[in-house]
Design a protein. Structure first.
Length: 165
């Protein structure tokens, strides 16, 4: 499909990603391996690219908009659409169209659909900065941020779907 390391390095250079973004993405990629080891039917290159590029939108903003902005940046430099969709859909366990509208986001689907999209999104959930964390940590973090119960329920559902615990 593509030369994964070349795509990643080109995007980092073109988009002027900071060391912090890159370091976070590396930990998310390492975390994804804790999930992918349970699967034989995943595209490991796609997951690597998705993990390593999911936060490129943080070169523009640290707000929730970084997901779609990052996807658009990747599209501008002709990155494979599958990677762009991983970037666009990696926020939490997904954002429904209705929630996106209430947040003022463009009318797009922000819920991960493919196995690779789900793995990257959840690997990102299980990393805080550059530290691997567990589901309880994330639930507590989201609760303390007054996240909607619907979002927390989606997180738990995604966790159970991917890891079965």
């Amino acid at each position: 499909m593509f030369q994964v390391d070349e795509v990643i390095n080109n995007a980092y250079k073109e988009l002027e990603c900071t060391d912090y973004i890159i370091d976070h993405c590396k930990v998310v990629y390492e975390r994804s391996k804790d999930i992918t080891k349970h699967y034989d039917n995943v595209d490991l290159d796609l997951i690597k690219a998705g993990c390593m590029l999911h936060d490129v939108g943080r070169t523009i903003t640290n707000g929730i908009e970084h997901a779609y902005l990052g996807a658009d940046l990747l599209r501008q430099i002709n990155v494979d659409e599958k990677i762009c969709l991983i970037t666009e859909r990696h926020i939490g366990a997904g954002i429904t169209r209705e929630e996106a509208k209430s947040l003022g986001l463009p009318d797009r689907n922000y819920v991960p659909e493919t196995l690779e999209e789900k793995i990257v999104a959840h690997a990102d959930n299980l990393v805080h900065g550059i530290t691997k964390v567990d589901l309880d940590f994330v639930i507590n973090k989201w609760t303390n941020k007054n996240m909607k119960q619907e979002s927390i329920d989606m997180l738990i559902k995604l966790h159970n779907e991917l890891l079965g615990d």
